[in-house]
Every structure is written in structure tokens, then in C-alpha cells.
Design a protein around this ligand. Structure first.
Ligand code: TTP
Ligand code: MG
Length: 357
């Protein structure tokens, strides 16, 4: 693990940035992606907002009615299914520039840069990836590079947006010792307030704390938290192994009975999953759908294909007929598609197959 170099990449204000990219007239404006504000009477929350909107105090998870009070002149946009398609494309691009990638959410991934051999080379690669994503996808991201995953994640957050932050092993302890403990992934506002009340505000405080006190607060996580705070964490990427299934789902901003909206959302989900299938060089044996109505009543249905398939039209056709079978026109809150029984094939083999077919 001595020469391990880990990068963490997180897209900047992801949903909002995709909306601004697709409508450049929004550039520089406060843009909020979330539920309908209904002039301050709307329910629901902000999914995310542009950095311009954050200057007004807006943030993910804030009630949309409060956002309206703080910033009524912002541009309010309902979330759509397109973000997962953009996400799949970004992950596909990242795959080219790293041997090992671990996607952890729609807009973030850990990348193993150990093969760069030095932090200078790793910095150069990160710089190049940022350039490629900007040029090809029109989106900015922040990247952190460090000797372990926890520090890479901390680093990517230090200079958002559009940041590139390197924490080298020789200055790791110095950099982290003065950071506040809310920078540790997983420590939210409530835990931070509790830790502050116990005079454990900085990494240095946690590193020097009595382990028994930390066990009272963090339980089984105490040792890991203290390791991170002390600069001793060495964790790298998790070995995910081949996945047996992949799924995507969309929650509608408002429950809907619109068959066109349901149909186009289903197509977006299928396209995103199809891109993912191609990226991981797999075929699917089963297509399943999930449909949730008002009140969280959820149904799933699935169908086995006649053979393992990676054809977009086959996936769409199966998903549409499953929806037709089980949707009776009631208001829909969420729909999703899951492909399971994945069969992997060697990409070289795939090229030969295509060549001879
Ligand atoms: P984040 O990476 O947490 O946020 P972000 O990319 O919008 O902004 P940042 O520059 O701080 O990274 O989440 C990625 C996307 O996930 C975000 O664009 C929208 C979605 N999301 C929600 O829908 N609800 C939430 O509460 C959060 C935190 C994110
Ligand atoms: Mg992000």
C-alpha cells in the first residue's frame, strides 16, 4: 500500500450543471433543480442547485418553499431522467483513464492512480481528465488525490467547484490536523454538533482523544474514525467483482398519470442501462420493472429474454410490455428498470463476434 495513489472525482453541482449545459442562457444564474416551488407553496426539496444559488444559502435537501423565500428569482427546474445517461457516459470516459474504478454515486467515483508511479504524474492525469470531461461533456468536476480513499474524498471537497487538490503522504498529517471533523465522510451536521460539544472539533482533537470516549460516540466505527483523523488510513478501492444486476429508477417530481412522460422516462432509463451494459461488456437475461404508486405501494415484474441480450430495442420492448401489463393508470411516483442475470464477455471476444456476424 506504500505507493498507493487514490483519486476521488465528484461532478460539480451535477444536475444543475447538466441543465445549464443544455440551456446556456442559464449560465451565471441561480439554478435550482428540485420539486415545483409553486410560488412558495410547493412541497418537496431541492435536489441540487448551482453555486450561484448556494450564495443565497440554498442547498440540497432544503425545502423548496424555503428556497423560494430566500431566492424567488432563481430558475427552478424539475429533475429529469437524463442525468443517469450523462453519468453513464462520464463513467465510460473515466474507464479509459484508469485501470480500476469504483463508482459510488451518480456523480462520483474513486479511481486507482497507483500505476502513475508519482504524484506529479497523477496530477497530470487528473488535469487531463478534467479537460476531457469539460470538452466532451461540457461539465466541470473536482478531483482529490491522496494516499487513501478517505483523504482523496476529503481532498476533492476542499476546493470545490472545479478544484484539483493533492494531498501527498509527506504533508498529509499537517494538512488534515487542522481540518474540522465534519470533513470526515459520514460525519453530518448532527454528529459534528455532538463532537463539538465534547470539544472534539478538529482531526487533531479526534486523533488525540481517548478511544473509549470515541467508542461511546461512534461504536464499532471508533477505531476507523481515529485512524482517519490520525492520518493512518490506508484503504484503497473496494473490489466490487462483477455485478449480477444493474438498475436505474426515477422519482417523478409530482406523481403522474401521463403515459407519454412514463414512456419517455422508461426509454431514458433503458438507454442509460444499455450504455452501462455496453460499458461493462455484459448481456442481460432478465428485464424487470419497478413501479411505485402514491403511498409507497410498489410492484415489481420481470421477464426472461429468449437469450442473453444487449440490444436496446429488446430491453425497451420488454420494459414497455411489463409496464402495460401492470400499470392500471393510477398516479405513479417512481418507475425503474433492473437488468439481472448478467452474462459477461471478453471485450476482445465481442469484437470478433461482431466481426464474424
Ligand atoms: P452531490 O455530488 O452531493 O452534489 P452536487 O454534485 O449537486 O454538488 P457538489 O458540487 O457539491 O458535488 O450529489 C450529486 C447529485 O445527486 C446532485 O446533483 C443531485 C443529486 N442529489 C439529490 O437528488 N438529493 C440530495 O440530497 C443530494 C445531496 C444529491
Ligand atoms: Mg457532486
Amino acid at each position: 500500500m506504500e505507493n498507493q495513489i487514490i483519486a476521488h472525482l465528484d461532478m460539480d453541482s451535477f444536475y444543475a450543471s447538466v441543465e445549464i449545459r443544455d440551456d446556456p442562457s442559464l449560465t451565471g444564474q441561480p439554478v435550482v433543480v428540485g420539486s415545483d416551488p409553486q410560488e412558495g407553496k410547493g412541497r418537496g426539496v431541492i435536489s441540487t442547485c448551482s453555486y450561484e444559488a448556494r450564495r443565497y444559502g440554498l442547498h440540497s435537501g432544503m425545502p423548496i418553499s424555503q428556497a423560494w423565500q430566500l431566492c424567488p428569482h432563481a430558475v427552478y427546474i424539475r429533475p429529469s431522467g437524463k442525468y443517469s445517461i450523462v453519468s453513464a457516459r462520464i463513467m465510460e470516459i473515466l474507464q479509459y483513464y484508469t485501470q480500476h474504478l469504483e463508482q459510488v454515486s451518480i456523480d462520483e467515483a474513486y479511481l486507482d492512480f497507483s500505476d502513475c508511479g508519482s504524484y506529479d504524474q497523477a496530477e497530470e492525469r487528473a488535469f487531463f481528465i478534467k479537460k476531457v470531461l469539460q470538452e466532451h461533456e461540457g461539465l466541470s468536476c473536482s478531483i482529490g488525490i491522496a494516499p487513501a480513499r478517505s483523504y482523496a474524498k476529503i481532498a476533492s471537497d476542499l476546493q470545490k467547484p472545479n478544484g484539483l487538490t493533492i494531498i501527498r503522504p509527506d504533508n498529509l498529517k499537517k494538512i488534515i490536523s487542522s481540518l474540522t471533523v465534519d470533513k470526515i465522510p459520514g460525519i453530518g451536521k448532527k454528529s459534528y454538533a455532538l463532537l463539538q460539544s465534547r470539544k472534539l472539533s478538529t482531526f487533531k482533537d479526534l486523533a488525540e482523544a481517548d478511544i473509549q470516549l470515541l467508542q461511546e460516540i461512534f461504536g464499532a466505527w471508533a477505531v476507523r474514525v481515529q485512524d482517519i483523523a490520525s492520518g493512518n488510513d490506508i484503504s484503497g478501492l473496494k473490489d466490487q467483482g462483477p455485478r449480477q444486476s444493474i438498475g436505474r429508477e426515477t422519482t417523478f417530481a409530482e406523481d403522474t398519470t401521463d403515459p407519454d412522460l412514463i414512456s419517455t422516462t422508461l426509454d431514458d432509463l433503458a438507454r442509460s442501462l444499455h450504455a452501462e451494459l455496453l460499458r461493462v461488456h455484459a448481456r442481460t437475461r432478465t428485464v424487470g420493472i419497478r413501479i411505485r404508486y402514491t403511498g409507497f405501494v410498489t410492484y415489481t415484474r420481470s421477464v426472461s429474454l429468449s437469450h442473453a441480450d444487449d440490444n436496446l430495442a429488446s430491453i425497451m420492448k420488454a420494459a414497455h410490455s411489463l409496464i402495460e401489463e401492470c400499470w392500471e393508470g393510477k398516479p405513479v411516483r417512481l418507475i425503474g428498470i433492473r437488468l439481472s442475470g448478467l452474462v459477461y464477455h471478453d471485450p476482445k471476444q465481442c469484437t470478433l463476434d461482431q466481426f464474424f456476424s
